[in-house]
Design a protein around this ligand. Structure first.
Ligand SMILES: NC(=O)c1ccc[n+]([C@@H]2O[C@H](COP(=O)([O-])OP(=O)(O)OC[C@H]3O[C@@H](n4cnc5c(N)ncnc54)[C@H](O)[C@@H]3O)[C@@H](O)[C@H]2O)c1
Length: 320
């Protein structure tokens, strides 16, 4: 194995999932946290992730298992329920939490930065980290919205720095977008692809820097197009979804996706896109602007105020 010792910085929603998945795949994982309070917040998250894995394994063994297969957990043709459960427990018990940065990153083969999506926090983190890393260590960021070139100069190793972007519910949605920045050397890129595959992700190479990576470069324009039809009174969410699902055979339309992603995230995307119109998709700016962003903002804000936050809240565009 190229990578054995893995350090995940940040024990939030994604950090806890990434750490768990790497431990599940036999890596020695340390989660770097900021302070005592972070330990109290991260432990219940890890417990929650553990439960999600066990629930997923139970489902995989059940009658609807094939439809809900968690690809991060096991292959379909080689599934041993008890072995997977044992691996989950072993992963949970093996995770180390560490507040001392120097100790957390010593000997690390790879450091996965998954700290808050805030450029000040990320910059401060990289500046503190730069003098502490071993020569061999590869450093990746899980940032969803920032380009790695923005931080490369603070890392002290731009040739070994790139993006490794995971999706939420990593055990099921097992894509890993591997994205180089201009100074990333090919060998580091290749190693990160190998690592992603070692932890049961499906590695997707992104050879050039691109906001939104692959998935969001397609998904965001699609979602906004559906929302625009609705807020301009062209049709209703259900009919727009049907046009898409019946017309293409896709399992979900834009509003069904919005309800899963959550209305707050949808609202944030709408706000962000107004600030930087070409951010995710320059083509969209040229061809399809202007969208009725003000209308989108109003509709989504009202839903948030009414507690219709999406599927997890029991209601979004649909009732569950
Ligand atoms: N939530 C998602 O669905 C998702 C999906 C893909 C990628 N991401 C990316 O993952 C990263 C983390 O997102 P999240 O949703 O887990 O956020 P989060 O707010 O749940 O967690 C961020 C964590 O980082 C910690 N942190 C901040 N500064 C730190 C530092 N200097 N050292 C150590 N820890 C520090 C915070 O205490 C917090 O626990 C972001 O870059 C985000 O864009 C998130």
């Amino acid at each position: 194995m190229e990578f054995n010792k893995v350090t995940v910085a940040g024990g939030g929603v994604l950090g806890s999932q990434i750490a768990f998945q790497a431990a599940y795949c036999g890596k020695e994982v340390t989660i770097l946290l900021r302070n005592q309070g972070s330990i109290g917040r991260t432990q219940p998250k890890l417990e929650q992730v553990r439960k999600s894995y066990l629930d997923a394994i139970e489902q995989m063994a059940g009658p609807l298992g094939q439809e809900n297969w968690a690809r991060g957990i096991a292959d379909r043709d080689n599934f041993d329920k008890q072995a997977c459960i044992d691996r989950v427990e072993a992963a949970y018990n093996s995770l180390k939490l560490e507040l001392d940065m120097a100790k957390a990153v010593k000997d690390a083969d790879i450091i996965i930065e998954s700290v808050s999506e805030n450029p000040k926090d990320k910059t401060a983190f990289y500046k503190a980290l730069a003098p502490l890393m071993d020569e061999k260590t590869i450093l990746v960021t899980n940032s969803s919205t920032f380009l790695p070139s923005q931080f490369a100069k603070f890392t002290g190793r731009p040739d070994k720095y790139l993006s490794l972007h995971f999706a939420n519910a990593i055990w099921k949605n097992n894509t890993a977008e591997v994205m180089a920045q201009p100074q990333t050397e090919q060998a580091s890129f290749d190693k990160v692809v190998t690592f992603a595959n070692e932890i049961r992700m499906f590695a997707l190479p992104v050879m050039k820097e691109k906001s939104g990576y692959l998935l969001n470069s397609m998904l965001v324009p699609f979602l906004l197009s559906g929302l625009d039809l609705y807020v301009n009174g062209v049709s209703d969410p259900e009919s727009i979804d049907k046009a898409w699902t019946l017309g293409t055979g896709a399992p979900r339309g834009p509003f069904q996706i919005f309800d899963v992603v959550g209305i707050k995230t949808a609202y944030n995307i709408v706000l962000q896109y107004q600030k930087v119109p070409g951010l995710i998709c320059p083509l969209l700016k040229k061809m399809m602007m202007p969208y009725n962003f003000k209308g989108m903002e109003k509709v989504l804000k009202q839903m948030i105020d009414e507690g219709k936050l999406g599927k997890s809240a029991g209601e979004g565009f649909y009732k569950y």
